[in-house]
Write a protein that binds this ligand. Structure first.
Ligand code: C5P
Length: 212
């Protein structure tokens, strides 16, 4: 069983994917973390973020056990990730690693929930169920500000909103695997929904897909 959870930055897809994995007893991979980790490792090694060969090599040898590192949650890591994510060769190398993760999870008798931008369109076009999670940019900025600074308005709100819009533009506009819902994805707009309501609705959709 593979559940694909895609959506723009700060849409709540990561939180939802984690809860779905716990609920259905599946492994979870936040693929955004794989892009963030490659960008951070390239910076550590002094590589330019445009160096495609270095990015591919870093992706091939990336240790997935370090994906929870707190520093990968920073805005700088997200910005670096979105810059390197335009390189097709890097994407191919990471997609191969992401598929291998899911294959190992399935061989274990479980399955996996993967969240990202291209899971339903590229990584697992045959996923058991595909969810596309979205929310308005202002609502996403409000949630991100709350998560990072503990306040939903305040001086950081505008900067966060600008950053999200730039990331959206880059993710939707790139030639390689742009952010878009798969044609057979369920679209969940969570602008007016609590995290619990989004989780409830997502399980309803997954249960329906499993019955079919
Ligand atoms: O989801 P997260 O914000 O951690 O992703 C960071 C960046 O990595 C995104 O802005 C996007 O450019 C890139 N990414 C991607 N494909 C994925 C996951 C993330 O291009 N499957």
């Amino acid at each position: 069983m593979i559940i694909a959870v895609d959506g723009p930055a700060a849409s709540g897809k990561g939180t939802l994917a984690k809860r779905l994995a716990a609920h259905y007893g599946l492994f979870h991979l936040d693929t955004g973390r794989t892009y963030r980790a490659v960008a951070a490792a390239m910076c550590d090694a002094g590589h330019s973020l445009d160096d495609s060969a270095a990015a591919v090599e870093t992706a091939r040898t990336l240790d997935f056990s370090g994906l929870d590192a707190p520093r990968l949650a920073s805005s700088a890591a997200g910005e670096g990730a979105s810059r390197i994510a335009v390189m097709p060769a890097l994407r191919a190398a990471l997609v191969e690693r992401q598929r291998a993760f899911a294959r190992a999870a399935s061989a274990d008798g479980h399955g996996a929930v993967l969240d990202g931008r291209d899971i339903g369109t590229v990584v697992f076009p045959d996923a058991t169920v595909k969810l596309f999670i979205t929310a308005s940019p202002a609502e996403r900025a409000r949630r991100r500000a709350l998560e990072l600074f503990g306040e939903e308005a305040g001086p950081n709100f505008e900067a966060i909103l600008t950053d999200l819009r730039r990331r959206d533009e880059r993710d939707e506009g790139r030639a390689a695997s742009p952010l878009r819902p798969a044609s057979d994805a369920y679209i969940l707009d969570t602008t007016q929904m609590s995290a619990d309501a989004a989780f409830f609705e997502a399980t309803r959709l997954v249960d329906k897909a499993l019955r079919n």
